[in-house]
Structures are given as C-alpha cells and as structure tokens.
Write a protein that binds this ligand. Structure first.
Ligand code: FAD
Length: 266
C-alpha cells in the first residue's frame, strides 16, 4: 500500500450535511487507484495514534494532483470532526489501494444502486460514468430532502429517515423493490446491519450468483456499543473467526462470519 502526502486546498458544502474536501499534493499526481467509480482510500488523520478511516474518491485529477473526498457530517467521529474543522493547508495522509467493487457483468440490462448518505459519493461517480443507455434505478436513504444530490441518468427513490434508522430503512427498501427480469446487477453500500441483511437476501433468498451484486458495509450505527459487545465475546469467537480466514471464497467467508456474529447476538 502506498502513502501519499496531501494538504487541504478548499472545502465546500455539497449539501448541508455533506462537505467536499479538496486535497492537493504533488504525490497525488501519481495516485494509484483502481479507477472503479466506487474506489476508496484510507485517510490517515493527524493526532494521537493517527486514526484512519475509509473514504470514497469522489473525483481525482492526476494533472493538478487533486482529490475530492465528500464527508457526511454526522455527530461525533474523528473524520467528521476533522472535515468540519478543515482549513486550507491542513495536512493529511492517504494510503491508496486498488479498492472498489462496482463491476456489472457485460450482459447487464438493469442496475439497482442502493445506499445511505455515505454511499452518495460513489453513487454520484457511478452515475457520471454509466454507459449511454444504461438503465439504472437508485434507492437512497437520506436524513431529509436537503441531502438529495443529482444522479444523472438514474431514476431515484429518495427515502428520508433518521440516521439511526438508515440501516433498517435501506434493507426494507431493497427487499421491497421488484427486480426487473433479465440479467441485472445490484450495488449496495451503507450501514452494516443493512448490508449484512441485503447480502443474505440476494445470495440466499434470491439465489443470485456473486457476480450479480456487490454489497459493502460502510459504517456501523452505534459502533462503540457494538465494539464493546464484540470485545466481551471475542475470546470465545476468536478460534472460529481465525479458521474462517482460510475460506477462499469471499461470499462463503461472509456467510460464516455473519453466522458467527449472529449466534453471538452481534
Ligand atoms: C469503502 C468505503 C467508502 C466510504 N466512503 C465514504 C464517503 O465517501 N463519505 C462518507 O461520509 N463516509 C464514507 N464511508 C464511511 C466512513 O468510513 C464511516 O462513516 C466512518 O465511520 C466515519 O468515521 P468517523 O471518524 O467520522 O466516525 P467513527 O469514529 O467511525 O464513529 C463515531 C460515531 O459515529 C457513528 N457514525 C459513523 N459514521 C456515521 C455516519 N455516516 N452517520 C451517522 N453516524 C455515523 C458511529 O456509529 C460512532 O458512534 C465509507 C466507508 C467505506 C468502507
């Protein structure tokens, strides 16, 4: 993994709860990403222990050495607080990897794109890069109508919910949506209870093969409480979780880990 030094060039609100931070740096001119529209990087923030969080690369320009990251301004959190206070010249480190999961198979006739506010940067880039004539529908869970963003070429159901309900609302929206006939592709990202339940539904209830969907957990509601409960049972779960690491197939791995967590009430 390569590390890139950058500084804040400017900040601007995309919507009241989404702040775009434009980073600049000579090292960003040679940023090695995947080029996929949902590619992300690890952002290392200055401070005790150099906390790091994962953010989608909303735009990158090799010529000017600029990268845009869009931050959801939720309550608490090192990253959200850093973005709120960001000033031109503030330093930050990006560690890049060829991340990103968006990969519709070539015969895809329709796409369902679903997520909460954290997925909007990727959804925006996916929309801008859709092939001409592509048929895509989005289900977006946002806090209120002011959080809407343009998604060119995509029909959108905007669903408003308090962030504490984003997971259940996202799950309900995807499960209630009638998928069109013919070969399609689903891209789903957001709160982890939703991505766990949606992945299970697509794989087990609908029996979709793994190349027909990409489902990625972006954040966890009440993360501190979940982590405390995890730490309490970690010694019991550790051997099974370690054994799961040997499972070569990603989807089988997620099945096993989800089951271990569910049995432990996590
Ligand atoms: C591949 C990938 C791409 C991502 N892209 C983006 C992106 O482009 N923009 C973006 O904003 N996020 C994105 N995320 C999600 C982001 O990494 C998390 O939201 C992260 O937890 C934010 O860090 P923090 O320091 O602000 O909060 P943390 O320190 O992680 O958490 C502090 C508290 O805030 C809560 N919390 C965390 N995130 C949210 C949220 N979004 N809404 C409400 N409460 C929250 C936690 O439950 C916890 O209680 C992405 C995640 C992944 C894995």
């Amino acid at each position: 993994m390569t590390a890139y030094h950058a500084t804040v060039l400017r900040t601007a609100h995309v919507t009241p709860r989404m702040l775009r931070v434009t980073l600049v740096g000579d090292e960003l001119k040679s940023y090695q990403g995947s080029g996929l529209p949902d590619e992300s990087c690890r952002v290392v923030f200055p401070g005790d222990g150099e906390p790091r969080r994962v953010y989608t690369i909303r735009r990158r320009d090799a010529e000017t050495g600029q990268i845009d990251l869009d931050f959801v301004l939720h309550d608490g959190g090192v990253a959200a607080e850093w973005a709120r206070a960001a000033q031109p010249g503030d330093p930050v480190l990006l560690s890049g990897s060829p991340a990103g999961k968006y990969a519709p198979p070539p015969d895809t006739e329709w796409q369902l794109l679903a997520g909460d506010a954290t997925a909007l940067p990727a959804l925006g880039r996916i929309a801008e890069n859709l092939a001409p004539g592509a048929r895509a529908h989005a289900l977006c869970v946002i806090e209120d109508d002011a959080d809407r963003q343009p998604l060119p070429g995509v029909t959108v159901d905007w669903i408003t919910a308090d962030p504490s309900q984003a997971g259940p609302r996202l799950t309900a929206a995807v499960l209630a949506h009638d998928l069109p006939p013919g070969p399609g592709y689903l891209w789903v990202a957001g709160e982890m209870s939703a991505t766990r339940d949606v992945r299970k539904h697509l794989r087990h209830a609908l029996g979709l093969p793994a190349d027909r969907y990409s489902v990625v957990g972006y954040w966890r509601h009440n993360a501190e409480e979940w982590e405390a409960r995890f730490r309490a049972v970690e010694p019991d779960l550790a051997p099974r979780l370690a054994a799961a690491e040997d499972i070569p197939d990603d989807e089988e791995y997620f099945d096993v880990v989800d089951d271990i967590h569910a049995e432990a009430g996590l």
